[in-house]
Design a protein. Structure first.
Lengths: 232, 232
DNA sequence: TGGAAGGTGTTTTCTAAATAACAGACTTAA
DNA sequence: TTAAGTCTGTTATTTAGAAAACACCTTCCA
C-alpha cells in the first residue's frame, strides 16, 4: 500500500499480458531462447536486425559512454521489448547493451517478421505501442529527475522502484531479489559509485535499510519518512 | 552535406509520410484545428484523453519542474504525435506542456478513436510505433548527453539539430526560421540561461554564428571545426 | 595459502555550472 | 516619454558531485 504510491511507471502496460503459448502456436518460427546471468542479448555497437520479447527475467538496458561510464536506461521484464525496430536499414547499429540480470527467457524475432506479426495481429500492435510509449515517458521522468533531484533522492526513488519490481516481503519491509553492486546502482541513478556508497551507508545508519553484498533490504515506512523530509 | 552528418535522430521516421487527405476522407470525424504562436495544445496538469497528430508547424514539448525551471524534451513537427495514449484511465493527467511555436495545424483525435484507427489501418500502426520508438531513442541520447557533455557541446549539438529542422540556407550557412529566446535555448539543452548566454557570445566572437534577438544564423563549417576541437 | 580480482567505505581535491544580482537594451502600451 | 516588462550580457559566489586515491574485505582460483 505504501509502495503503490510510487507506482507511476509502466502503468499503461498494466492490464496486458502476452499470451506466450498462443504466440508459439500461431508463429512457430519464433524461437524461445534463454540466457544466464550477465550474458548479453546484444552489445552496444553490434549490428542487429532482431527484436527480443522478454518472456521472463530481467534485462538491463545500458549505454557505455566514451569516458567509460555506464548509464542504465531501464530494467526490463516480462512482456517488454528490446532490440531493433529498424526495417529500413539492414545493418542497424545498436546504441546500447542489453544484458541479462539473472536467468532470462526470451523470444528472438527478426524485425521484419515482427512487423508482419503486428500487422496481422492488430490487437497486439496497440499494447506494443503503449508499452513503448510508457518507456518513453519513464525516460523523460528520469531526465527530469537528474535535472532536479540530488543523488540522494534519486537513490531513494530507485530503491522504491526496485522494491516494486523485485521486492518480496521480509521482516523489515522489502528484500530485493536481485544482485546489484553499488556500481550498478550508481549507473542506474546516473551518479558516481562513491557518493552512492556513502549515501547508502547513511541510510543504513539511519536504520531505513540494511544490506550485505548479496542483498538489499528496505524498511519502507522509514524510507518514506526520509523521502518526505528530504523533499522539502 | 556537412549537416547530414548530424542527422542521427528520427531516422526511423524518414520514408513515411502521412497522407492527410486520405485520412480526412476515411475518418471524417477527425477534425483539423490550428493554433497560433505560443498557444498550448495542452498544459501540464490538464486532464486529457485526446491525442494530437501534427499536420504542420512546430510543437514544443516541455516540463515545468517544481523549482520553476522548464525542461524541453523535444520539438515536434509534421507527422509527430503528442498527447494521451491511455485508454484505461479516463482522466489521465498530462505530465508536460505542448505548446505551438509559430502557427500549428493539427488533428485532434480521441485516444479511443485512435486505437480504432490503428487497429483498422495496420499499415499506420507500424509507422506510429517506429516514430514513438525514435523519440524514445532521442530522449535516451539526451540523457546520455547531459551526463557526458558539458553545456558548450550540448549547445553546439542543439544548434546543428535546429539547423537541420528549421535551417534555410543563407549567406553564412544556415539561418534558423524560428524564434528562440536564450531562455528557451537553455531549456532545450537543460542548462541555465546565463551560461548559455556567455557561450553564445563566445561563439559570436569566434565568428561561428551571428544572431539578433529575432534570428540565429550559423556558419556551419566554422561550427563544425569548433565541435571537433572541443571533442578531444 | 597466497595473491589476484572484485567489491566496499571514506576522505581529499577540484571543477562545472547553478544561483544571484545587476546594468543595459529593446519593446510595448498608458 | 515615461514607465513597465522582457530579453540580454556579465560578473561574483557557492555548491553538488565527479575524480582520484587508499585501505580494507571478501571470494575465488592456481
Amino acid at each position: 500500500m505504501f509502495i503503490e504510491k510510487h507506482t507511476n511507471d509502466a502503468s499503461l502496460n498494466l492490464g496486458f499480458e502476452w499470451n506466450f503459448e498462443q504466440l508459439e502456436k500461431e508463429f512457430p518460427s519464433i524461437r524461445l531462447t534463454n540466457l544466464n546471468d550477465r550474458s548479453f542479448l546484444y552489445h552496444q555497437g553490434d549490428k542487429c536486425s532482431s527484436l527480443f520479447l522478454i518472456k521472463g527475467g530481467i534485462v538491463k538496458l545500458s549505454h557505455l559512454t566514451a569516458q567509460g561510464n555506464e548509464l542504465t536506461f531501464a530494467l526490463l521484464s516480462k512482456g517488454d521489448i528490446v532490440g531493433c525496430l529498424d526495417i529500413v536499414n539492414a545493418d542497424h547499429v545498436m546504441e546500447e547493451n542489453a544484458q541479462a540480470l539473472g536467468k532470462v527467457d526470451f523470444y528472438r524475432i527478426e524485425c521484419n517478421d515482427f512487423k508482419q506479426l503486428i500487422t496481422l495481429r492488430s490487437d497486439l500492435s496497440w499494447s506494443v505501442l503503449t508499452s513503448i510509449y510508457a518507456r518513453k515517458q519513464q525516460i523523460e521522468r528520469k531526465l527530469i529527475a537528474t535535472h532536479t533531484q540530488p543523488v540522494k533522492q534519486r537513490v531513494i526513488k530507485m530503491l522504491f522502484e526496485l522494491a516494486q519490481l523485485f521486492g518480496t516481503r521480509c521482516l523489515h519491509g522489502y528484500a530485493l531479489e536481485i544482485f546489484l553492486t553499488q556500481q550498478e546502482l550508481a549507473d542506474l541513478v546516473g551518479a558516481s559509485r562513491s557518493v552512492v556508497s556513502t549515501i547508502m551507508n547513511n541510510f543504513r545508519d539511519q536504520g531505513v535499510l540494511n544490506y550485505t553484498r548479496e542483498q538489499i533490504c528496505i524498511n519502507d515506512p522509514a524510507l518514506i519518512s526520509i523521502e518526505l523530509s528530504s523533499e522539502s
